[in-house]
Design a protein. Structure first.
Length: 228
């Protein structure tokens, strides 16, 4: 699977070009499924926000409004109630999964419950475009700062598809708790490399190659040395 892990969607031409490069074809020739599930687990996301994401009416975080050849909705909470043959082939046939923000632990829980997490390793050519929580879910853990919905098992562990963590929305004026100082404090509690990225930045991952795509600012924090 090819990953484009964003803080706030396809915000600028550099991130847009990175997406097209991962797809290997124009967006107008590519099929997409959007996944709104993370939205339901976050206390600050209202139903109209979910509608704006799905309908492509959220210019602050462009995802579904990019001019896809086809666009459908994959709601993870519904998948356990239907047979896998009803939806697995649709995921395999699509070019890109557009994964909304919200609560990363809620999203992680439903990715596992639905079977989507188990399917990921076989989706070699599929592009995963994460928006905030849709990006954080791919990391090993998110840190206590980002825990809102608590999974039955507790903890802050996510899927661990990549070997680094992400602090999104760096210096967003609407989020005064997301300063560089806050990111540095958060990173000090992580045991893996950690990126702080603003809304004009994305992290592209293909196989073992990690590239930062940015028209804004970001910082990579190395993990603190472990004292034996």
């Amino acid at each position: 699977m090819k990953l484009l892990l964003t803080s706030a969607g396809i915000k600028n031409s550099s991130i847009h070009d990175a997406l097209v490069g991962l797809l290997g074809r124009p967006i107008a020739e590519s099929s997409a499924l959007c996944i709104p599930t993370a939205s339901y687990g976050h206390p600050n996301v209202r139903p109209e926000g979910v509608w704006r994401f799905i309908s492509g009416r959220e210019p602050r975080t462009p995802m579904c409004e990019l001019g896809w050849k086809s666009l459908g909705v994959l709601e993870l909470t519904a998948l356990p109630s239907i047979d896998q043959e009803r939806w697995v082939h649709l995921v395999r046939e699509t070019d890109v999964l557009l994964v909304n923000g919200g609560d990363p632990l809620y999203l992680c829980y439903w990715m596992r419950q639905s079977g989507l997490a188990d399917l990921l390793p076989s989706l070699r050519e599929t592009v995963w475009v994460g928006l905030s929580a849709g990006s954080l879910v791919m990391t090993p853990r998110i840190g206590e700062d980002f825990v809102h919905w608590k999974p039955p098992t507790g903890g802050d562990e996510t899927l661990g598809v990549v070997d680094f963590s992400i602090f999104p929305h760096l210096d967003n004026p609407a989020l005064p708790e997301n300063t560089m100082a806050d990111a540095e404090r958060w990173a000090a509690g992580m045991s893996v490399p950690a990126y702080a990225i603003d809304d004009e930045t994305a992290i592209k991952v293909v196989d073992d190659t990690v590239d930062v795509v940015s028209e804004g600012h970001w910082k990579l924090f190395a993990p603190e040395p472990q004292v034996s």
